[in-house]
Design a protein around this ligand. Structure first.
Ligand code: ADP
Ligand code: MG
Length: 513
């Protein structure tokens, strides 16, 4: 940016105050909010959990290359189809799982649940994916045009769709109000703020599954349940989806069930169809037949403190409810799957592994592969052994991030921390990790509002594109496949992790440039 026209603009103290008070009020009035973290409001100060605060958010939409934004949106439906296909390829997933079984108990347990249900026979063949594919902008050595590189693909509990459409709405509102009142050149700057349908589009995905569910002849009404963690600080993100489901012309009964209460609040009907029944805790005489179970919990080991939790997961999986996601769909999102897709081919003439899942002409496969960055196994294959050298070398390790098979942020090991970390593990455990090249987006600046304080400086943006997909694993038909809006998350460039809920990132929206 030219010195005389910096972005974001330098603000006077008065301008900062005006912008902050505008954002603080708009965000609460419009649900761009979270429950305050305990370091901001101690539990004793809010014993009834009545307080909410503005979600961490940037003061301005970050500049984002239009070509990259279009690229990410235009391949989402192909990504949906790819992951729907992987989720139906039990042989492929079995191979992946069997490599990490002995050292990753969580993955092993998920697989056991799948096997138990398979033995008895799945009754429900429809599966729903509310996916999110995450990217960073990459400016390659000689490349003039920026491209996107995929960070990860989420198949379970892809969050922030409820808040991200509101973040886009906030920045749009500011662009016609508060920004116009700033003294500097920003007021004259035109903003290119793309529409963001994430809340409505994700809701449409849930609705498509609800409509596709064939109800039993029982007299119970059908419902959707959200399986949730308690307490949940990011509750308003989830609530916005619930309210959207409940508000349309034909409202869908939607209930929140804590993951730890599955066995007390739901049961399986004594019938060959194995309907999942939900009894309203506030009025046990009221029972619903569950059409769709949407997981916003259950993606990591901490939600399974005991065998009861695994029994609960089994109850959901073997039921007739449509799962978002099923166990196989959850496993399709394992980092190891992403690695197998993205590991460079031994020979250029080898066919792409993607042809196994998308038996289509090459162009679409090329476009997916263009978004891959190099990811290596750390096993005993030739690729794994050479990656071990890269990971243990004090110089080359600086270009890599090491990832375990976990979701939800805060699990990765970066750069120089990799060699000592690996050395602290038995070598037999290395194969449950993947080694990924660090993506370095072009430097940009922004201002983040977090818990009332502002942080100004260099930032890194991560674009997520949502996708909704409903498929039938019996007929192999895809019944619904849509791109479903976007998320822009921005973090200070000193932080490696980007999770908003994990306390590192902030909500943002794209100003297309
Ligand atoms: P999780 O499942 O925990 O969200 P991610 O793969 O998304 O795991 O990694 C968490 C964060 O780490 C990302 O949001 C991003 O900020 C950072 N990160 C992950 N992979 C890379 C990469 N290859 N290059 C740069 N940053 C990365
Ligand atoms: Mg992530």
């Amino acid at each position: 940016m030219a010195e005389d026209n910096p972005y974001p603009p330098s603000l006077t103290a008065g301008e900062t105050d005006h912008l902050l008070s505008t954002i603080k009020d708009w965000s609460i009035a419009n649900g761009l909010a979270v429950r305050p973290p305990p370091n901001v409001v101690a539990a004793e100060a809010d014993p009834h959990s009545v307080l909410a605060t503005t979600a961490p958010v940037t003061l301005f939409p970050s500049p984002f290359p239009r070509v990259c934004f279009e690229q990410a949106k235009s391949i989402q439906r192909a990504y949906n189809e790819l992951y729907a296909s992987i989720a139906q390829d039990e042989v492929f997933l079995k191979n992946i799982v069997s490599e990490i079984l002995e050292v990753d108990e969580f993955i092993a347990k998920l697989w056991q649940v799948h096997l138990k249900v398979k033995e008895e026979g799945y009754v429900q063949h429809l599966s729903l994916g509310l996916f999110r594919s995450d990217y960073m902008v990459h400016l390659g050595g000689a490349a003039v045009t920026p491209v996107i590189k995929q960070v990860e693909f989420n198949t379970i509990a892809s969050s922030f769709g409820g808040l991200s459409s509101q973040t886009s709405a906030l920045h749009k509102y500011l662009s016609t109000t508060a920004y116009q009142l700033l003294g500097g050149p920003i007021a004259a700057k035109s903003f290119n703020l793309p529409p963001n349908s994430s809340t409505d589009s994700l809701t449409e995905g849930l609705r498509a599954a609800f409509d596709a569910y064939s109800k039993s002849s029982s007299s119970h009404d059908s419902c959707i349940i959200f399986l949730v963690q308690t307490p949940e600080r990011n509750i308003f993100d989830q609530r916005r989806l619930e309210y959207a489901l409940q508000q349309q012309d034909s409202p869908i009964p939607t209930f929140r069930v804590p993951f730890g209460e599955i066995l007390s609040q739901t049961s399986i009907a004594d019938s060959p169809r194995r309907e999942l029944l939900y009894r309203l805790p506030s009025n046990p005489s009221k029972t619903f037949e569950v059409a769709v179970v949407y997981f916003r919990a259950g993606y990591g080991p901490s939600d399974y403190p005991d065998e009861k939790a695994w029994k609960a997961r089994l109850q959901i999986e073997r039921s007739n409810a449509i799962k978002c996601p099923s166990i196989l769909t959850q496993l399709a999102g394992a980092k190891k799957v992403q690695q197998v897709l993205a590991t460079p081919k031994a020979s250029l003439s080898d066919p792409s592994i993607i042809t196994r899942f998308l038996p289509k002409p090459g162009a679409e496969i090329d476009r997916l592969e263009e978004t891959f960055t190099n990811i290596f196994p750390l096993d005993e294959t030739p690729a794994g052994l050479s990656a071990r050298k890269l990971a243990m070398d004090p110089n080359s390790c600086r270009n890599y991030v090491l990832k375990p098979q976990r979701e939800g942020g805060g699990n990765n090991i970066y750069r120089s921390a990799i060699p000592p970390f690996l050395s602290s593990l038995p070598e037999t455990h290395w194969k449950s990790y993947i080694l990924m090249e660090i993506i370095t987006p072009p430097p940009i600046q922004n201002i983040i509002l977090r818990n009332g304080a502002i942080e100004k400086g260099g930032v890194i943006c991560e674009l997520g594109v949502y996708g909704t997909c409903l498929w039938n694993s019996d007929t192999k038909k895809v019944l619904h496949n849509e791109e479903a809006g976007y998320l822009l998350r921005t973090k200070g460039d000193k932080s490696e992790e980007g999770g908003v809920a994990a306390g590192f990132g902030s909500m943002d929206s794209c100003n297309l440039v």
